[in-house]
Design a protein around this ligand. Structure first.
Ligand code: G3P
Length: 215
């Protein structure tokens, strides 16, 4: 299972990278806005140490505008994956990007049928938003199950990125299903390492070690 970091915070991404947890990065306009920094500068900094795919999102709503942005963003770094929204215009842009060898990530996906369309258009990645579905009372992980089954049925090569992850159980469930990638916010990654029994166990071992006679 690959881990992407769902963040535009360079220091958080660097920390996760140093821990061997970064196979790629996903950004979106909200995450970039949160940092209050120039987008290009942030992207260059991330790309200086992350060699896996870095998702950069377009903001145009028509295919021509998306393509113009996609070509520009793709020229910035060697490992861009252009994030395109799940609309007919977006899918039209994805098809042309696929023909031009530009990696794409179809975002704002909320149903297996949308994921099927993304794969048909030739998307490199598809990003179903699990947490936002849970928020409205729909079981987000069912979209991952359905999409994974459909892709397996037909041998689609589009990789599933489980996105809008809110807590460690989302990562666990995604891993049980066998999703290709989880894009994990830094705070969720931090939570995954902790277990109270680990802390208690370390303390007990260290306390006992003090009792071992030393020459
Ligand atoms: O990268 C997009 C996605 O992960 C957004 O998550 O928490 O804004 O629903 P969230």
């Amino acid at each position: 299972m690959k881990f992407f970091i769902d963040s535009a915070n360079v220091e958080a991404i660097r920390k996760a990278h140093e821990r061997g947890m970064v196979d790629g990065v996903t950004t979106n306009p909200s995450l970039v806005a949160k940092e209050g920094r120039d987008f290009r500068t942030v992207v260059d900094e991330i790309a200086s140490f992350v060699k896996g795919p870095i998702s950069l999102e377009v903001v145009s709503e028509d295919a021509e505008g998306m393509l113009k942005e996609a070509r520009e963003l793709n020229s910035w770094i060697d490992n861009a994956a252009i994030k395109v929204p799940m609309t007919w215009e977006g899918l039209r842009a994805v098809k042309i990007c696929a023909d031009e060898g530009i990696q794409t990530n179809v975002t704002l996906v909320f149903s297996p049928n949308q994921a099927l369309l993304a794969a048909k258009a030739g998307a490199t990645f598809v990003s179903p938003f699990i947490g936002r579905l849970d928020d409205v009372g729909q079981v987000g992980m069912e979209v991952i199950e359905g999409t994974a089954q459909i892709y397996a049925n037909y041998g689609f090569e589009t990789e599933i990125i489980v996105a809008s992850i809110r807590h460690p159980i989302h990562v666990y469930e995604a891993a049980l299903i066998g999703a290709d990638i989880a894009t994990i916010p830094p705070n969720v990654l931090d939570k995954m390492v902790h277990h109270p029994l680990t802390d208690v166990g370390i303390k007990r071992f260290l306390d006992d070690w003090k009792k071992v006679p030393k020459k």
